[in-house]
Design a protein around this ligand. Structure first.
Ligand code: SF4
Ligand code: MG
Length: 304
């Protein structure tokens, strides 16, 4: 069952005296119940803005967002509706959802109250995320980044989410904690039948946990596919670059892992294919016409 549908979403940032920025420029995406979708791309590609639009933290300029059969655009879900709908977010900085001055157990109890759960104890949730029960009586600042992120996940789970959104939840963690926390989010989401939208710029971690991967570049989803297939046979040149290897323009050999140049200014996106200034295999058509089709938005993969 499809839980979340994002269709042709546009989100704009307006700052007085500055040009309009289309952070999300017509992006489409679905997440089913019990499914893990990894949303990947360099920073500044609009991944967080898309997630924030789903949560009602950024209004949509156009396009639609549907959650559990209900349209939620243009404003997305308000805080209260979000809690009722069961969308929980886990952020890069656990302190975005945890209060440093309150005991961990009390904060998890807030989530349990949201869900009307009078049976589960905060310590039960700590156990589910792999932490000792007696952490409930301590404060978030007493823990490592990885432990704090587990506590933030326990708090999100307490509210019985139908959908978890992780916005770079592992980027601030040590390499050793990254895969563990990513796997934990996956296991808990799948176990409870919730959907998980997992945002990361690290494709190698997303590969470990996602059923499908969506690759975002400069406000657009440029490739979507089953994780194993994207990993084995990435088709969009940007996906190939993210995976660390770009075929040379003459088709011979493999270029070094680095992708040259930065993401262009979203206030002034390149015409045609937005990736063309950095694409090693760009053609004339790429500079003029936008490849506005899926699941691979690239003129090399134009549908018949
Ligand atoms: Fe490269 Fe052209 Fe494909 Fe864009 S459409 S990714 S420029 S080949
Ligand atoms: Mg971000």
């Amino acid at each position: 069952m499809t839980l979340l549908t994002v269709d042709d979403l546009v989100v704009e940032h307006r700052t007085p005296g500055r040009p309009l920025v289309r952070a999300v420029a017509g992006a489409s995406l679905t997440v089913a119940a019990g499914e893990v979708v990894g949303l990947v791309g360099e920073s500044g590609c609009g991944k967080s803005t898309l997630a924030r639009a789903v949560c009602g933290l950024n209004p949509a300029a156009s396009g639609t967002i549907t959650f559990d059969g209900h349209p939620v655009t243009p404003l997305g879900l308000r805080r209260r509706d979000r809690a009722l709908a069961g969308i929980q977010m886990v952020f890069q900085d656990p302190y975005a959802s945890l209060n440093p001055r309150r005991r961990v157990g009390a904060q998890i109890a807030d989530g349990l109250r949201t869900a009307g759960d009078t049976v589960t104890a905060p310590a039960d949730l700590l156990e589910r995320v792999g932490l000792p029960r007696d952490f409930a009586g301590r404060h978030p600042h007493e823990f490592s980044g990885g432990q704090r992120q587990r506590i933030a996940i326990a708090r999100a789970l307490a509210a019985r989410p139908t959908m978890l959104i992780g916005d770079e939840p592992i980027s601030a963690l040590d390499a050793s904690a990254q895969a563990q926390v990513a796997r934990l989010m996956r296991d808990l989401a799948v176990e409870s039948g919730a959907g998980l939208l997992f945002i990361s710029h690290d494709l190698s971690v997303v590969r470990l946990i996602a059923d499908r991967i969506a690759v975002m570049y400069l406000g657009k989803i440029v490739e979507v596919g089953r994780t194993a297939e994207v990993w084995a046979d990435p088709r969009h040149p940007y996906t190939k670059a993210l995976l660390g290897a770009i075929p040379a323009p003459d088709g011979a050999g493999v270029l070094p892992a680095e992708l040259s140049g930065d993401v262009p200014d979203p206030a002034d996106p390149p015409p045609g294919c937005r990736f063309h200034p950095r694409c090693p295999v760009a053609m004339d058509v790429c500079r003029e016409r936008e490849p506005a089709f899926g699941p691979v938005a690239c003129w090399l993969h134009e549908p018949a």
